[in-house]
Write a protein that binds this ligand. Structure first.
Ligand code: TYD
Length: 214
């Protein structure tokens, strides 16, 4: 059995964490070993990087765009090397709450760097590892923001324009790679969002099984 790599993406507060847990439970009930992880902060090094990215260093939240892009890429490089690739090599399912599309949407879509620069950086950092499936939970950031249960961090306080541009950047990425992405309307109920994911994962697992039989 080969590993399966799945990512969840979307602006802050769209309910990714809830759906990640639903998918974990579903896959475990179907006999798969599942690793649930996230970016930034999926490893010990990543947790230190996450702290810098979201809360700044020594009271200063001023991180230059290129430094920010490199920190997210460093987090991802460690995450792939330490957690994701080894699990996939063991034949497990890896579900990550955010992956490289977050860098493409937030660092290139919202701030001054180009999509190509960020993509090249991330592909280098991960040695070209892309998910087999990416669920984009899409909703208006003005609505999703109201759902956040905690105080805003540095990224979340970047403003409504930034959040709207980021949402659009995610939608553009999904349109460019329709085989990898599934866009799900996250303004629906938790049950409706899950039903859409469940229907898709069934198809995905079915096509995996038929590949193995072939
Ligand atoms: P997340 O862990 O989803 O936030 P929270 O735990 O507060 O729900 O992500 C933290 C922030 O980092 C989020 O605003 C998105 C941002 N981010 C990027 O800008 N680029 C990236 O590559 C990643 C992975 C996240």
């Amino acid at each position: 059995m080969t590993g399966l790599f799945i990512s969840f993406e979307g602006v802050d507060g769209v309910g990714k964490t809830t759906q990640v847990e639903r998918l974990r439970a579903y896959l475990e009930a179907h006999g798969r070993t599942v690793v649930v992880t996230r970016e930034p902060g999926g490893t010990a090094l990543g947790a230190a990087i996450r702290q810098m990215l979201l809360h700044g260093v020594n009271g200063s939240a001023d991180i230059a765009p290129r430094a920010e892009a490199l920190l997210f890429a460093a987090d991802r490089a460690q995450h792939v090397a330490e957690t994701i690739r080894p699990a996939l090599e063991r034949g497990e399912v890896v579900i990550t709450d955010r992956y490289l599309d977050s860098s493409l949407a937030y660092q290139a879509g919202g701030r001054e760097l180009t999509l190509k620069e960020i993509r090249d950086l991330s592909m280098w950092a991960t040695n070209n590892l892309l998910p087999a499936r990416t669920y984009l939970l899409d909703m208006d950031p003005a609505m999703s923001h109201n759902r956040l249960q905690h105080a805003e961090d540095r990224m979340e306080s970047a403003g409504d324009d930034f959040q709207s541009r980021t949402r659009q950047a995610f939608l553009d990425l999904a349109a460019a790679e329709p085989d990898r992405f599934r866009v799900i309307d996250a303004s629906q109920s938790i049950e409706q969002v899950w039903a859409a994911i469940e229907a898709d994962i069934k198809t995905l697992l079915g096509s995996e099984d038929s590949k193995e039989l072939a």
